[in-house]
Design a protein around this ligand. Structure first.
Ligand code: 3PG
Length: 306
């Protein structure tokens, strides 16, 4: 069996070593395509592979068409909006993710960015603290739960909105459940976004929600740029000069937002939430084990397509 790891944004070397070991033990051949710059390279590399491990790399119908032997794609990470699930199903390809494996890394970055925002981007001026401030977690999945755990260490008051998560789970984590999105934004100076990018959530956070935030609101987005209505964000930042927006991924209008709002906005140059050795090891090796479990034993426990 031939397994390709195709990562435009590569894993740490230590994670690749771990993946290699899993493949060697299974008797599979491992191929690497890292830092590729053109889709053509991916189309060529997938031609004869049985399994594909990716990160945010786009796996669309064209890639699936080119991958004649492909049986499984594992997205080493949480969000699988980069994979065309319907096309995968049509090609008889199983799609899996590795839930939870990189969530602590993303959650830690939330606080890295929150502190940076309220210390005025470390520009030497006097800032504020997180202690005793209110944090609203928008979606209480694996990342949201880690955010709640860390927030308590900072002494924050934490609430969360998640219609898909029972209140008991939220309460058990020592977090206050919130039942309307308006209340989440209205009551929390800090809001951390953890909703996936779906047809339902795309552009769902815009002017109306952002301007509900209390004075000195900080909106932190380590989820996906697509969940933000960028035109509404710009209007909100214009109307509310006290609000800041920090994001782990450049919005489409990054240049305009930066030009207009300067240090009130911050964007990482590349998605960095899961870019730690630990997250790479966890997600990469989980993906490798899932590939082997599927190809060898037919186990598809983490399947996300039908
Ligand atoms: C995820 O969905 O797991 C994160 O956004 C990480 O994405 P990445 O693997 O591209 O860093």
């Amino acid at each position: 069996m031939k397994v390709l790891v195709a990562t435009e944004k590569p894993f740490a070397a230590v994670a690749i070593n771990g993946i290699r070991k899993v493949m060697e033990e299974a008797g599979y051949e491992l191929c690497l395509l890292e830092k590729y710059t053109e889709k053509k390279q991916l189309l060529e590399a997938v031609a004869d592979v049985d399994a594909l491990i990716v990160r945010s790399d786009i796996v669309d119908a064209e890639v699936l068409d080119a991958a004649k032997q492909l049986k499984i794609v594992v997205r080493a990470g949480a969000g699988y909006d980069n994979i065309d699930l319907a096309a995968a199903t049509a090609h008889n390809v199983v799609v899996e993710n590795t839930p939870g494996q990189n969530s602590n890394a993303v959650a830690e970055l939330v606080f890295g960015m929150a502190v940076m925002a309220i210390r005025n981007m470390y520009n030497g001026t006097s800032g504020t603290e997180l202690k005793d401030k209110k944090l609203g977690i928008h979606a209480f999945g694996q990342v949201g739960r880690n955010v709640a755990r860390i927030a308590k260490g900072f002494g924050m008051e934490v609430s969360a909105l998640d219609p898909y998560c029972p209140d008991e789970v939220i309460i058990e984590a020592g977090v206050k459940p919130v039942h309307s999105v308006e209340d989440l934004y209205k009551d929390n100076q800090f809001v951390s976004l953890h909703i996936p990018a779906t047809a339902e959530t795309k552009k769902s956070v815009g002017y109306d929600l952002i301007t509900l935030m209390p004075k000195n609101g900080v909106l932190i987005n380590t989820a996906r740029k697509e969940v933000i209505d960028e035109e509404g964000l710009a209007r909100a930042l214009e109307a509310r000069p006290d609000i800041k927006y920090v994001a782990d991924i450049k919005p489409d209008s990054a240049v305009e937002l930066k030009e207009k709002f300067g240090d009130r906005v911050f964007f990482t140059p590349k998605k960095m939430g899961a870019q730690t050795a630990e997250a790479n090891i966890n997600a990469g090796i989980a993906a490798a084990n899932q590939v082997v479990a599927f190809l060898r034993d037919g186990c598809d426990r983490f399947r996300v397509n039908k």
